[in-house]
Ligand binder design. Structure first.
Ligand code: HSE
Length: 312
């Protein structure tokens, strides 16, 4: 019987500009790690969290790892006990899918510990339960790519219909993480419930264009489609320097840029590593000119998703 397992889940960029709550992709640069140790008595216990500055809850009902695993155990009607050790590689409130990576790594590990009762894709509903607890919204555009890797489309939520999309060769992502937190619930609260018909038309065209661009490996089409008229105009006001960064990234050769998930991290897509590096340098200059510290990462798109590191 497996006694202990360790799994990793990558950071993600949700929305990808035009795909609010329905598109996301995983990146190679970083992620979270969860170790689980089987206990003889039932119950989930979050033993330690490293790398969160003491901000995340250890209480099982509020912790995304425990909530996700509990949802899985409830579905199986199992009473297995586990001790949970979470190591955060992702900053909190960053817009890089921090809560999603923790929940997904926990599910990948728990599934292994239990002898893989679920196909990977079928772990998603449990991860969505955890997102609900973490940010009040049951969105899947971080958990799905963190679990499955690559670009993922959530075509529908009821019932869940998730489609993996192709990743064109040479596509790079640059992430710009300014030094402040913005939680998803606050960033969702500025959005409107209703959108004008003309915005719906523009947004649908761009989502379709982006997906076609990924299938065709057409970087120009991807570039034209990276536009968001639904969330970005309302969220940009929460993000100092957004429009200046956008201009600088365009000049540096970005195919397009946008808010990573609910921010404050911004992402840019580019063709090739050199452009990704040039974008990173351009962004650093802008942030420094407005007096904001920024961490910059660039990476290829992660196509693997969550994976097991070890089992004993
Ligand atoms: N689609 C979600 C949002 C992602 O934009 O609120 C949160 O990371």
């Amino acid at each position: 019987m497996i006694r202990s397992v360790k799994a990793f889940a990558p950071a993600t960029v949700a929305n990808v500009s035009c795909g609010f709550d329905i598109l996301g992709f995983a990146i190679d640069a970083m992620g979270d790690t969860v170790e689980l140790i089987r206990k003889d008595e039932p119950g989930l216990r979050v033993v330690s969290i490293e790398g969160d500055g003491g901000k995340l809850p250890l209480e099982a009902k509020k912790n995304t790892c425990a909530v996700a695993i509990q949802a899985m155990l409830d579905e199986l009607d199992e009473q297995v006990g586990m001790d949970i050790y979470l190591t955060k590689g992702l900053p909190l409130g960053s817009g890089m899918g921090s809560s999603a990576a923790s929940a997904v790594a926990a599910l990948e590990a728990a599934n292994c510990l239990l002898g893989r009762p679920f196909e990977k894709k079928n772990l998603l509903p449990f991860a969505i339960e955890a997102e609900k607890v973490a940010c009040g919204a049951a969105h899947a555009d971080n958990v799905a790519p963190s679990l499955l890797g690559g670009f993922v489309l959530i075509r529908d939520y009821h019932p869940l219909d998730v489609i993996k999309l192709p990743v064109p060769n040479g596509l790079y992502c640059t992430l710009l993480h300014p030094h402040y937190e913005l939680n998803t619930a606050d960033s969702r609260s500025v959005l409107r419930d209703k959108i004008p018909m003309k915005h719906s038309t523009i947004q649908s065209g761009n989502v379709a264009g982006l997906i076609a661009g990924l299938y065709e490996g057409d970087f120009e089409l991807i570039s034209r489609s990276l536009r968001d008229v639904i969330a970005e105009p309302y969220r940009a006001v929460l993000l100092p320097g957004f429009y200046e960064v956008r201009e600088a990234l365009k000049t540096a050769g970005a195919l397009g840029m946008g808010i990573s998930g609910s921010g404050p991290t911004l992402f840019a897509l580019s063709k090739g590593k050199d452009t990704a590096q040039a974008i990173a340098s351009a962004a650093k200059e802008v942030y420094s000119s407005i007096g904001l510290g920024v961490d910059v990462y660039f990476s290829e798109i992660n196509t693997k998703g969550a994976y097991l590191i070890e089992e004993k």
